[in-house]
Design a protein around this ligand. Structure first.
Ligand SMILES: [Zn+2]
Length: 98
């Protein structure tokens, strides 16, 4: 006896409804925390880009701290004071000589 052929489910090309997108985000777990954040591949990249941001006259803060993200394994910048030297408009590592 031969088994009936298995018909693969057709992939839908339609966009998911909003509720499905929201469910996906919920089940994505921690990665959801990175949505909307700029992700950098290294601390150096985060500091360089942060300094560029702070050099803009309209920047709303004067210091940023890079941190390694455990959710996406990239780097982000935060306004919260961190353990490493801050990024300022003048230096990618405040207080650390070049
Ligand atoms: Zn992240």
């Amino acid at each position: 006896m031969t088994a009936a052929p298995i018909t693969p489910a057709r992939a839908s090309n339609r966009a998911l409804p909003d509720w499905a997108t929201q469910l996906q985000r919920i089940y994505a777990g921690g990665r959801d925390r990175c949505i909307g954040k700029v992700r950098y591949t290294s601390e150096q990249a985060a500091r360089g880009n942060g300094q560029g941001f702070l050099r803009k006259t309209e920047a709303p803060v004067s210091r940023l701290w890079p941190y390694a993200c455990t959710h996406c394994r990239g780097w982000h910048l935060t306004k919260r004071e961190g353990a490493t030297p801050a990024v300022t408009a003048l230096s990618p590592r405040e207080g650390v000589p070049l």
